[in-house]
Design a binder for this molecule. Structure first.
Ligand code: HEC
Ligand code: HEC
Ligand code: HEC
Ligand code: HEC
Length: 127
């Protein structure tokens, strides 16, 4: 019986790992250039820093909530364009609208939730 439980636990463990692997799209490991429409120097974004800080994917990827979300649900620029359209905020507001913008929420000193204050040049480093 003891052995059976051991084997069962091992099976569940392996199953658990493969389920996790199947559920999450892996975040890019290299620092990436965020979709840029050209009116300002491009922003470099490091997933690693943010994943290490234990920030959940859905905090930013608010439309990639389904476990099997397709890759295009992750790219902000697929939906957020240079100008707002049909209820979808412009990419600038998606990033730094006061209080709701996904980057400024944690990085603007005027935000009540600021985690680390950053200046324009810290993010807009250019391509
Ligand atoms: C702090 C915000 C933030 C967090 C947290 C975050 N991401 Fe991202 N992610 C971004 C931004 C910004 C981009 C660039 C989108 C663009 O260029 O339009 C991106 C891009 C991606 C892309 C590439 C999309 C493409 O086709 O270019 C994938 C895949 C991705 N993220 C997966 C993840 C996963 C999985 C997690 C959680 C482990 C995660 N991200 C956590 C902000 C975040
Ligand atoms: C599949 C399309 C899609 C993708 C991809 C997407 N968004 Fe959005 N976003 C929307 C729509 C549509 C709205 C309007 C409100 C709603 O429907 O949630 C929105 C609203 C927002 C808002 C306004 C406040 C809120 O949360 O409702 C912010 C901020 C935002 N998006 C940031 C981002 C960021 C940052 C990314 C990439 C990490 C991203 N979005 C990816 C479609 C998308
Ligand atoms: C939920 C809070 C949160 C959000 C949302 C967030 N960040 Fe961060 N970010 C952090 C924290 C915390 C650190 C500091 C990590 C450390 O110092 O160890 C950080 C660090 C950084 C840094 C400096 C270190 C590095 O990774 O190069 C940059 C640049 C940065 N973030 C850009 C962004 C951008 C661009 C966005 C929007 C796409 C964003 N962040 C959204 C919490 C956040
Ligand atoms: C925490 C990171 C961060 C900081 C700090 C930041 N931005 Fe941004 N900003 C972004 C992201 C992400 C985008 C959307 C991606 C893009 O447009 O390149 C953006 C977009 C923009 C856009 C729209 C560009 C376009 O192509 O439509 C302008 C203009 C802009 N920012 C100006 C500024 C100015 C001015 C400051 C300083 C007061 C600043 N940003 C500070 C992350 C940041």
């Amino acid at each position: 019986m003891k052995k059976f439980i051991l084997v069962l636990t091992a099976c569940l463990f392996v199953l658990g790992i493969s389920l996790t692997a199947a559920l999450a799209t892996d975040p890019p490991t290299e620092t990436m250039t965020v979709t840029n429409y050209g009116s300002k120097d491009a922003v470099k974004f490091a997933h690693k820093t943010h994943v290490d800080a234990k920030i959940e994917c859905v905090t930013c990827h608010h439309k990639a909530t389904a476990p099997d979300a397709a890759a295009d649900q992750y790219k902000c620029g697929n939906c957020h364009k240079a100008e707002a359209e049909a209820g979808v905020p412009a990419i600038k507001d998606a990033a730094h609208e006061k209080d709701t913008g996904k980057c400024w929420k944690c990085h603007n000193n005027k935000s009540p939730d600021v985690k680390k204050e950053l200046k324009c040049k810290d993010c807009h480093v250019g391509a």
